[in-house]
Design a protein around this ligand. Sequence first.
Ligand SMILES: C[S@@+](CC[C@H](N)C(=O)[O-])C[C@H]1O[C@@H](n2cnc3c(N)ncnc32)[C@H](O)[C@@H]1O
Length: 258
Amino acid sequence: MEPSPKSSVAGYFSRLASTYGEGAFYARRRASAIQAIASELAAACQILDLGCGNGAFRPEIRRLNQQAEIIGADISFAMAIEARHRGGGSALVVQADAIALPFASATWDVVLCSRSLQIVSDLEKCLSEIARCLKGGGRLIAFLEGSGLAAALKEVMTADEWVDFVRVTGSQLSRTNLAEYFRLAFERAGLEFEGRCASFTVRWPDIQELVRVRWLPLVSEAARVEAERIMVALGAKQKLASLNLTLTEQILLGQKPD
Ligand SMILES: C[S@@+](CC[C@H](N)C(=O)[O-])C[C@H]1O[C@@H](n2cnc3c(N)ncnc32)[C@H](O)[C@@H]1O
């Protein structure tokens, strides 16, 4: 279900513009991740939300910092429009590709990349652009995908249940830990690396809701009906019905030297 040709990333995410980030799973993930970087956000004057999607992080950032200039950027026009709309029409959002940023050098105190860095077409170019656009002492802050959901679900599901779940979500949740790969890439871009973690809890209904807002908008009506059937059957299993998982969002910080 992931976009295969790189050029289709924008098209893929455009189809999720009205649903991405909805529901309890995303809300808890956002709250916990934002808390872990609250001091950096509160101290920043210029914040770029790169790969901002439909702008779900904007109100969270605003709560911590009423003064900062916050600009969203996304390669998907539909996402950028939705982010602007959700920001009350006055939010500054641009359509831009992270590998060629339309900003002057040394502009940003914080560049936030929530689950966007791992899908850019050229990570080295993107990191070099981010490093160029950061002020001295400024930070790139990236949230990685996964949060351990796949591993945790695999633990409690039988092999057949896991196969059913993967049929609904595609292979995306089974990605492995990318933190080490990114640490090396940050350092090659001249950014001093720091890793942090943020934990949040989810139950089975939250996961069902996640599947509905993140994957089902991308499939046909027939596949959606089948996916709903599988999710209801899985939810009837005692082990899943009583699930209470603690997941961990990996947070990577890269500071540009002064
Ligand atoms: C998984 S979504 C995350 C959205 C948002 N950051 C959040 O966490 O709610 C990834 C976003 O990155 C955007 N994106 C992907 N590649 C990009 C690129 N090269 N430049 C800018 N945005 C990109 C996608 O269009 C999508 O909106």
